[in-house]
Write a protein that binds this ligand. Structure first.
Ligand code: ATP
Ligand code: ZN
Length: 225
């Protein structure tokens, strides 16, 4: 049951962006009655519905105009934008706010024993990643002829498994890399969570609500500074 007069916001159902997004919504006064496992949660005090999905689905939902707003990591957003651009699909959106959670970096890492001087050392090599479009853009900018090998999981074991020579993965502390005999070499993308809006017309009532939410978000962020 959805109503086009209600603002639809996509949030990650569970994972690293979930807590930050839900906490922020709470801080700006959106009251929810979330029952676990429900795809849709209705706000009880404002005309807002939350769509709780995998983070990978959020950029597409916004770019297809299926939801009005979404909380998403810039890494995932930029990757999906490049992918959709390559496929000739709609890839437009507006960034409303860069947020203070979900910080991480997408980095190149190589096995300890590899002789790595700089990114040119990857010439002719295979690099496992979940972000092939971001990685190939980086290689193009650096004039390196290397190949991105797409893996949705277990990226960090790819070199040991003989699937790739190096990896390009999200890092926050580096503990996972170390545990797998890898060393971080170059950061290719720095990411935080962002709040995005679909492009295209918006009902006045909905745009007014978005503006009100944004004012509150700015207030919360300033208070936390
Ligand atoms: P889903 O089931 O929703 O697809 P997921 O396993 O793809 O979840 P998470 O691990 O929850 O995703 O990460 C979601 C986002 O959190 C990442 O895309 C990134 O923007 C951000 N993030 C912040 N820190 C990290 C980190 N250390 N490792 C991975 N992602 C991080
Ligand atoms: Zn995901």
């Amino acid at each position: 049951m959805t109503d086009r007069n209600r603002l639809r916001i996509a949030v990650q159902k569970s994972g690293r962006l979930c807590e930050g997004s839900m906490e922020l919504l709470k801080a700006i006064g959106v009251k929810l009655s979330i029952r676990d496992r429900l795809l849709i949660a209705h706000a009880t005090n404002l005309p807002i519905d939350l769509l709780r999905v995998r983070d990978d689905d959020i950029p597409g939902l916004v770019m297809d105009g299926v939801v009005d707003l979404g909380f998403i990591g810039e890494n995932e957003l930029e990757e999906k934008m490049l992918e959709r651009q390559a496929q000739g699909k709609q890839f437009q959106y507006k960034t409303l706010e860069r947020l203070e959670f979900g910080g991480c970096r997408l980095s190149l890492a190589v096995p300890n024993e590899m002789d790595y001087q700089n990114v040119q050392s990857l010439q002719g090599k295979k690099v496992a990643t979940t972000y092939p479009f971001l990685l190939e853009r980086f290689f193009r900018e650096q004039n390196v002829d290397a190949k991105a090998v797409m893996l949705n999981g277990s990226v960090e074991v790819a070199p040991r498994a003989g699937l790739a020579d190096a990896i390009c993965d999200l890092v926050s502390t580096g503990a996972t890399l170390e545990a797998n005999g890898l060393v971080e070499k170059d950061v290719i993308f720095r990411s935080k969570a962002v709040l995005i809006q679909r492009s295209g017309d918006m009902l006045d009532s909905k745009q007014q609500l978005i503006d009100k939410l944004l004012t509150r978000i700015n207030g919360v962020m300033q208070a936390r500074e």
